[in-house]
Design a protein around this ligand. Sequence first.
Ligand SMILES: Cc1cc2nc3c(=O)[nH]c(=O)nc-3n(C[C@H](O)[C@H](O)[C@H](O)COP(=O)(O)OP(=O)(O)OC[C@H]3O[C@@H](n4cnc5c(N)ncnc54)[C@H](O)[C@@H]3O)c2cc1C
Length: 487
Amino acid sequence: MAEEHERIVSTIEADQLSSSLRRIVGADHVLDAHSDLTVYECDAFVIEKHCPSVAVFPKTTAEVAAVVKLCNVHGVPFVPRGAGTSLSGGGLPVGGGVMIVLTRMREISEVNLRDRYAIVEPGVVNAHLNKRLTGTGFHYAPDPSSQGACTIGGNVSTNAGGPHTLKYGVTVNHVLGLELVTADGEIMQVGGPVDGGPGPDLVGIIVGGEGTLGIVTKIWVRLTRNPENVRTMLGVFDSVDDATHAISAIIGAGIIPAALEMMDQGILVAVEEAFHFGFPLDAEAILLIEVDGLEVGLDAQRDRVTEICRQNRAREVRFAADAKQRLQLWKCRKQAFGAIGRLSPSYCTQDGVVPRSKLPHILQRIRAIGAKHDIRIVNVFHAGDGNLHPILLFDERHPEQIKRVLAASGEILSECLACGGSVTGEHGIGLEKISFMNRMFTEDDLDVMERLREALNPKGILSPGKLLPTAGACGMEQVHPGRRAAL
Ligand SMILES: Cc1cc2nc3c(=O)[nH]c(=O)nc-3n(C[C@H](O)[C@H](O)[C@H](O)COP(=O)(O)OP(=O)(O)OC[C@H]3O[C@@H](n4cnc5c(N)ncnc54)[C@H](O)[C@@H]3O)c2cc1C
């Protein structure tokens, strides 16, 4: 770590950097003791670890801009971080430098129901916005399963999805405008409270930029009217194949459920142990299906979905009896990852996408790849949009298990590409999947992305080592494996 420290903090001594930062944000809002910084050495992608040289917690846009300007003057790399729930190592400070943690910027400064938008700071936790909207008849639609912890700034940067984005669209469809601090410390606004506007879609460019194109400091989000009603169902299947065929059949029948999620037996057992919902533990797979909209017609949709499940050999289809049971079902799904601790000490979640019709094939391949590498894999995922989350279970204290996890992950993602899919549906490329970029895109494609990043991040010191294969500052032009867990 000392080596990283020396390499990065090149034109300023570490203690001078810390004291300059303290002058900007206040003495209590800078961490530079190694014991404190280890908390920030990884996010939810636990395989790779990079410790920042210093972590700073600004409260205002002006403070963010001042921190960025200081970093620029001294050539110190910096990386924004929200709640640190990234599953692709997006917020890791590759090579050290300053981590700008935005969790103190958590004001919801305006809720405008007449014009259907809210203005939030980046550190607002996703679920807190919806809590604030309770009773208004509106909600903020993107609902990542991590919504109890992740921030809207992080969601914007990863273009997060969630169970209900099957029908409602991912984060980019719900962001109207952004204020950001550019890589050289200027404050700019793109978009605003109203939709559209002339010229290129700058908001669309920044959303999904994984923190490489600017630091988001304010967000105008779209508010969506709550559906009049919902019907929530649980399809129980004796085979994963049947469940995956049912998924394609539902969408093929022209029904777009609000959500269509799958859990396989491996995860079901852990979820049941944790939440005691009453899931059938002998089922090979369950589908959690929700249709919503105007009350009139909902029963017909529910009946049609039920019929399709039965045609695909569902053993039974259960219905959430009331709002309480529905909430309990969603709690089980959204907190499924939390139950994994019952299965293993560490896990690595993959995020491939395949065309829905390839789900039976890819799930068989995932089983075979797990067996080949002797890695247990369980699945809980956004089945409706073909977005897989195979969860590879391991113990990070055993280096050879990590090697097998990485090999199996690589094979799964390669298979997604072979199916015509993608190596990420919502978690982003981050640090983890950079080596796949030149398999997904041509050199010309990557060159365009590179030029865009250079235009907005010319020195490359904002979030180096992320997203693009040539994402380097400080000579880091290659994928830069940091300290691997246990290695
Ligand atoms: C249990 C679990 C379930 C999950 N479920 C989902 C899911 O259903 N859907 C989904 O999409 N993801 C999911 N994720 C992944 C993760 O929660 C999302 O990627 C989320 O958007 C990250 O938000 P965060 O606040 O934790 O950001 P961080 O992890 O802190 O950062 C993520 C990226 O955003 C950048 N960033 C953060 N804040 C800013 C900012 N203000 N300006 C510019 N860049 C910034 C960081 O540099 C990094 O590249 C899940 C993760 C876990 C652990």
